[in-house]
Design a protein around this ligand. Structure first.
Ligand code: AMP
Length: 303
């Protein structure tokens, strides 16, 4: 089944200990879509300005991402500027320029309105809700957010969460959103606001999945070459929702595999700047890394 995704399509300027990039292709919608495109077809709803290079749209099209819902309007594209020190787990945002996103009203093309799998990428929670109002009866709504929106639009975010099945969020943001330091208590509190389950991204320490009183843990793959963690969370979400939509199976077993596919896609993403590594993948390479995760975490029981 295909996925409807709304998110940012951005020009990112990023500095990590391993290099810098100016105005590189980024955005939550971009990373998610390219990652998910290895699993199923993706319909992207977003906005860019008149300065957005055509070559980036060509890249999305090369991954068979449907860009009929990608509006191009006069003005400048959303820009994010961030840097990482040797602690690659936390991005320091230096500048966020909403630009064309400030006036964006997501308009879901008629052909997407029956989408069964919806991913609300990290954008203004009011826009996320606007999207949900236009979709008829989705089977699964997965949502991401970040500290920027928790600080500026917490009330609106909590309103959106009422309609969300799974929230994908990073560890510090869980604590910030719930205003509770203990992760387990914070997760329980957020689940009482609407989401049935919570995926907590923990950077190089992997991900925790809180689902109906159970917790599943997936590690991150210890890698030798990490160049840029930007987009790891969105690539994770792309692998996670991508696998669920591909199989149409949201059983507990499938959700666990999906978490590992999320970790797999995030592990590729950090190996290059922008979507460089995601762009060059092939399914057998993805499958091989999935199996590496199995070996990494397997142990036998004792008698
Ligand atoms: P992450 O997966 O969390 O590393 O997401 C990184 C991407 O989020 C970058 O490519 C940014 O363009 C995008 N981003 C950063 N801040 C925002 C924001 N406030 N709203 C939407 N997208 C953002």
């Amino acid at each position: 089944m295909s996925i409807l995704v709304v998110g940012s399509v951005a020009l990112d300027s990023v500095k990590t200990p391993f290099g810098t990039r100016e105005d590189a292709l980024g955005g939550s919608g971009t990373y998610f879509s390219v990652s998910a495109s290895y699993f199923t077809s993706v319909n992207l709803v977003a906005v860019v300005g008149s300065d957005f290079p055509q070559k980036h749209i060509n890249l999305l099209k090369r991954h068979a991402i449907d860009v009929d819902g990608l509006q191009r309007v006069p003005g400048k594209t959303f820009r994010w500027k961030g840097r990482y020190t040797y602690d690659l787990n936390t991005a320091e945002t230096l500048d966020t320029q909403l630009n064309v996103f400030a006036q964006f009203k997501p308009s879901i093309p008629e052909k997407y309105k029956n989408s069964k799998y919806v991913f609300l990428g990290n954008i203004d929670p009011e826009l996320q809700l606007e999207v949900l109002k236009q979709v008829k009866k989705p089977d699964l709504v997965v949502c991401d957010t970040m500290n920027f929106w928790i600080s500026s639009k917490k009330k609106e975010l909590i309103k959106t969460l009422k309609h969300v099945d799974i929230l994908v969020i990073n560890e510090a943001e869980v604590r910030q959103l719930a205003e509770e330091k203990n992760l387990v208590k914070a997760a329980r509190m957020i689940c009482s606001w609407g989401p049935k389950s919570l995926v907590v991204k923990r950077g190089e320490y992997g991900a925790l999945f809180f689902n109906k009183g159970h917790i599943f843990s997936a590690p991150a793959l210890p890698l030798e070459d990490i160049l840029d963690p930007t987009g790891a969370g969105d690539s994770f979400a792309g692998g996670f929702v991508g696998y669920l939509a591909k199989t149409g199976d949201i059983s507990d077993k499938s959700l666990r595999r999906a978490i590992v596919f999320g970790s797999v896609m995030a592990s590729f993403n950090v190996e290059d700047f922008s979507v460089g590594r995601l762009d060059r993948l092939k399914w057998p390479i993805i499958k091989k890394r999935f199996d590496q995760f199995k070996v990494l975490t397997h142990f036998d029981s004792v008698r």
